[in-house]
Design a protein around this ligand. Structure first.
Ligand code: DX5
Ligand code: ZN
Length: 226
């Protein structure tokens, strides 16, 4: 059975007070937030710029005692280029976009050489069949539920058939959904088979972070037990 993983996206954090804002979420999560989702954007693969390895490096140093898993979502045009800097900055998993990789095998190999887990992401327009040839080498597959680039967008439920196909084929694989997820729709994703729930706005802007984290976590637990 897969684990239920609540994965707050720091894209919705207060960048001027990043470590403190993350600590606020970790404390409210009371041990149930063990991952942070790190959205790296290069202004080229997506029409937005977020932050890069130096920011992750500062954050991982500051939060070292928390022993977190840093899930790095690489929205960059040249995924090979950033493997080493992200590993050095403390990244735990390197999730590259299949659409950006000229040679996915080369990226997979380099990520493994640098001691990180391998994640592979697909955008809403990419068919699930495209990722299947690589799935057995991946630690996680990310099915985007918005067009990558910005937080606060609307969840696309029509991505769920991709999640279903992957869950049926790979019962033990981490399957992540990212974009527009919150208390109101997590059941849709969990029921389809997602077990890693990225949540930016819904967690960082929640009036009651502890409850939001519990609702997200319990939803996956409930559905993955079936
Ligand atoms: C969007 C990013 C997401 C984003 C999600 O391109 O990949 O991780 O932070 O934010 P919400 O949860 O607000 O949609
Ligand atoms: Zn993301």
């Amino acid at each position: 059975m897969v684990c239920s993983i609540v994965n707050p996206s720091i894209l919705s954090a207060d960048f001027a007070d990043l470590a403190c804002d993350c600590q606020r979420i970790l404390d409210a999560g009371n041990g149930d937030v063990k991952w942070l989702h790190i959205d790296i954007m290069d202004g080229h693969f997506v029409p937005n710029i977020s932050f890069g390895p130096p920011v992750l490096s500062c954050l991982t140093k500051k939060l070292a005692d928390r022993k977190l898993f840093y899930d790095c979502h690489m929205m960059v045009s040249n995924p090979l280029q950033w493997v080493e800097p992200m590993a050095e900055a403390g990244g735990s998993q390197y999730t590259f976009h299949l659409e950006a990789a000229k040679d996915p095998q080369a990226v997979i190999d380099k990520v493994k050489q640098h001691g990180m887990k391998v994640g592979i992401a697909i955008k809403p327009g990419t068919p699930v069949e495209d990722v299947i040839p690589w799935a057995n080498q991946a630690d996680m597959i990310l099915v985007m539920t918005v067009e990558p680039g910005f937080g606060g967008q609307k969840f696309m439920p029509d991505m769920m058939p991709k999640v279903r196909v992957l869950r049926q084929k790979y019962p033990e694989l981490n399957l992540e959904v990212d974009g527009g997820l919150g208390e109101g729709n997590v059941d849709v994703a969990a029921e389809a088979g997602a077990n890693v729930i990225v949540a930016g706005t819904s967690v960082f802007k929640s009036p009651d972070v502890a409850t939001t984290v519990q609702v997200l976590k319990n939803s996956v637990e409930k559905h993955s037990a079936k």
